[in-house]
Design a protein around this ligand. Structure first.
Ligand code: TLP
Length: 340
């Protein structure tokens, strides 16, 4: 089976399993797990922020951040294709009590002037706008790596309007590798960052939230409120340390494989623009085929290729550590022989 559904499917490496076995642990709710502390310090240092917090998932990291930045009844601004809005079960509303103002982000970027206009003026009828959320890489837009310049401009506008900025950086290391930009510089303008260890970085579980010391102290309490206070959790933090130390540089291979897939499809006449895909995600508009995305997904699955249909005419392919260049060539062959 060639599994291109997501980079979340990657299994821990042998080295990660060994690290789990040997991890020194303690009760982390009491602040006594040395392995978690090491991971949190390493994550904060890498991202150039004061403190870090280990969370169970990207979704928990994002909602913890929202709870920490905002008060119930406030409004946040985000893209209508962003993960927090589309795929996190509406937690921003049900758990954090926020309303959401959505803007177009179909290309991965929010328009700067639209953000300015979306911030509510003081008026008895209006909620306060308190937070802007951006995403890097932008998943649904096709793994778009968002550069420093834009991140800086957007944060500047938000800060001038009195808003904080949270970055959903589930795959922000993919962005840093694709843009050849230092990770700390890339996230320097934003107030908080969530990033995932369990995607391309191959850890079995977990994400990180980083920000100022004061922010993380309050976030730690919100994580507890969400039931995310974990005990001898060094056993799952240990692989995360390996993710950060050893798994970042290899992301380039995933990007090369994604590019090869998009170029290969283009070469056989498929309507796709390979230049759009700079990281490990490729989107295919299936309206050009007779089959809908779901039909194509089933057909590919019969040929041992797993993908995701994201709506009736959109198919997503995600490359990762367990997909080789040869696998990509097999996928291209199946397209040529069975689909086109
Ligand atoms: N995304 C998953 C699915 O939920 C779609 C995937 O396979 O891509 N932010 C972004 C940008 C994400 O892509 C994801 C996961 C998350 C947050 C949430 O992470 P988890 O799954 O750890 O809660």
């Amino acid at each position: 089976m060639i599994d291109l559904r997501s980079d979340t499917v990657t299994k821990p490496t042998d080295e990660m399993r060994e690290a789990m076995k040997g991890a020194t642990v303690g009760d982390d709710v009491l602040g006594e797990d040395p392995t978690v502390k090491e991971l949190e310090e390493l994550a904060a240092k890498k991202m150039g922020k004061e403190s870090g917090l280990f969370v169970t998932s990207g979704t928990q990291g994002n909602i913890t951040s929202l709870l920490t930045h905002t008060q119930p009844g406030e409004e946040i601004i985000f893209g209508r294709d962003c993960h927090i809005y589309r795929y996190e079960v509406g937690g921003y509303a049900s758990l954090a009590g926020l309303s959401g103002r959505t803007l177009d982000d179909s290309e991965g970027y929010l328009d700067l002037s639209e953000i300015e206009e979306a911030v509510r003026e003081e008026n008895i009828h209006h909620p306060e706008t308190s937070l802007l959320c951006i995403e890097n890489t932008h998943n649904v837009a096709g793994g778009v790596p968002v550069d420093f310049d834009y991140t800086n401009k957007v944060s500047d506008i938000a800060h001038k309007k009195g808003l904080n900025v949270h970055l959903d950086g589930a795959r922000v290391f993919n962005a840093s590798v694709a843009l050849d930009e230092d990770i700390a510089k890339l996230v320097e303008p934003v107030d908080s960052v969530m990033f995932c260890l369990s995607k391309g970085l191959s850890a079995p579980v977990g994400s990180m939230l980083v920000g100022s010391e004061e922010f993380i102290e309050r976030a730690r309490k919100n994580r507890k409120r969400l039931g995310g206070g974990m005990r001898q959790v060094g056993v799952i933090a240990a692989p995360g340390i390996i993710s950060l130390k050893e798994m970042v540089h290899r992301l380039k291979k995933d990007h090369d494989n994604a590019r090869r897939l998009a170029e290969g499809l283009k070469d056989m006449g498929v309507d796709i623009d390979p230049n759009k895909y700079k990281t490990n995600i490729v989107m295919l508009d299936t309206s050009q085929f007779e089959m809908k995305a779901e039909g194509l997904r089933v057909k590919l699955e019969e040929k041992n290729i797993r993908t995701l249909a994201l709506g009736k005419d959109l198919m997503r392919f995600v490359t990762h550590r367990e997909v080789s260049r040869e696998d990509i060539d097999k996928v291209l062959n199946i397209f040529e022989e069975e689909i086109l």
